[in-house]
Design a protein around this ligand. Structure first.
Ligand SMILES: [Zn+2]
Length: 438
């Protein structure tokens, strides 16, 4: 309740008037620039192009996810009833019972996989993946200057032996370092005075340090994080454009997660995992039944999670498609915006908008849909690899030629269609999430 009412209490931190003011000023700015809404202004520089397309996309998502989400909610309710005689569950009960149900259904603990993901092997596995797909090689060069002794610098070479760029890997936490994981550039690719300037790309993580008796061991989600950021690095390293402002990851925001998210898909492939994942003591590969569980868990409660993401997106779009200044109370406004996604009783003193920092404090206004949009792209694009083979050169090279190398030099939809032969379809993501019903 405390979390859900941030910025929505009757005190000096109440954000209700501030968010109304922000939305109204954004409308005013859009109008001055000749657009009827803020969303329309923002989306001119997005793959989705306009609010209508975004809303249609969200409605499609909801109509696929809703029946599944209703069933998932019922399963959680049944569990709460049988275990604790709870007659009806609330939002704050969800995580607790959903974890219980997950344990019951799959008996899986993320820690079980850690012994198989020795960071040194994972790194080699990921390097090898890019060697199989594109013929890249990574050569450690300790002469390259680094900002901290733990940073590992690699020269990256293309299949024909030409130099692609420098990759820095900064794996472990230390004092003064930010949490999380990200990709960043020290220099981006561009052609300057007829010379191809190659990029310097860095990947930063906060994995567990090795100890005297144990190597650094990753969880499965840390493995996918590594793959994700590596995808961003490939986008930077393979860039082949003229202008620095359009190079590498300088693309429309709802397109930038395609290269990163698509690479995550390999984490679910036994063929890939078997190439590097070895128990650090016994040396055995991951048992088949555990890999099957990882794939199955990906679908667990995906209806509910899709509805939740769609709900945030609807609220975001509602605030940014107003055509006249908003006068209504945000509670009423938000209620209407997300009415189609409600699965559990809505508590009176909880509201998302006043603490929705993505859209009011960050840069995601009229952009929250982008999370799901990118999933549609990565699932739809990965389907080509699934059909032609997950290590298929031709597919990999087409992905490189049409997407990874082009940065923002062409409209993303045009690039995507060149790779895929058609516009992205939502179907592959729905199948992957277990939401596709014939
Ligand atoms: Zn990312």
């Amino acid at each position: 309740m405390a979390m859900g009412s941030r910025g929505y209490k009757n005190n000096q931190y109440c954000n209700l008037d501030i968010i109304k003011k922000i939305a109204n000023l954004r409308l005013k700015k859009a109008n001055l620039l000749g657009y009827s809404t803020h969303a329309e202004l923002v989306l001119t520089d997005r793959m989705a192009e306009n609010p209508d397309k975004v809303n249609k996309f969200l409605k499609k998502l909801v109509s696929a996810a809703k029946p599944v989400a209703i069933k998932e909610t019922q399963d959680i309710k049944n569990l709460a009833k049988s275990e604790d005689k709870l007659s009806d569950i609330q939002y704050w009960d969800w995580s607790y019972y959903s974890e219980k149900l997950k344990k019951k259904k799959y008996d899986f603990n993320e820690e079980d996989l850690r012994p198989f993901f020795n960071l040194e092997y994972v790194k080699k596995g990921i390097f090898l993946l890019s060697e199989w797909l594109w013929g890249l090689t990574f050569k450690k060069n300790k002469k390259i200057q680094v900002y901290h002794s733990e940073v590992e610098p690699y020269e990256v070479y293309d299949a024909d032996g030409s130099f692609l760029g420098v990759l820095y890997l900064d794996f472990f936490p230390r004092e003064g370092k930010n949490d999380g994981a990200w990709m960043t550039n020290f220099r981006e690719q561009e052609v300057c005075c007829g010379k191809d300037i190659r990029p310097h790309v860095s990947l930063v993580f906060n994995f567990n340090r090795p100890t005297e008796s144990k190597p650094s061991l990753l969880t499965f989600s840390e493995l996918t994080t590594f793959l994700h950021e590596f995808g961003h690095a490939l986008h930077g390293l393979m860039s082949d454009v003229k202008y620095v402002s359009l190079s590498g990851t300088n693309v429309y925001r709802d397109f930038v997660e395609l290269p990163s998210q698509i690479i995550e898909n390999w984490a679910y492939e036994k063929e890939f995992l078997d190439t590097f994942a070895r128990h650090y003591i016994t040396g055995e590969t991951i048992p088949d039944h555990i890999i099957e569980k990882i794939v199955a868990i990906r679908k667990f409660n995906s209806g509910y999670h899709t509805m939740r993401q769609a709900g945030f997106s609807f609220i975001d779009m509602a605030w940014h498609t107003i055509k006249t200044p908003i006068d209504e109370h945000p509670k009423e406004f938000e209620k209407k915006a997300k009415s189609v996604i409600s699965l559990l009783p809505e508590p009176e003193n909880i509201l998302i908008s006043p603490s929705f920092s993505h859209i009011f404090a960050g840069g995601y206004s009229a952009g929250y849909y982008g999370y799901k949009w990118a999933e549609v792209l990565d699932a739809d694009a990965y389907k080509v690899f699934k059909e032609n083979g997950i290590f298929d050169h031709k597919t990999a090279n087409s992905f490189r030629e049409n997407i990874l190398s082009k940065g923002g030099a062409e409209h993303p939809m045009r690039l995507y269609k060149k790779f895929r032969g058609k516009e992205p379809s939502i179907k592959s993501m729905l199948i992957r999430d277990g939401l596709f019903i014939k």
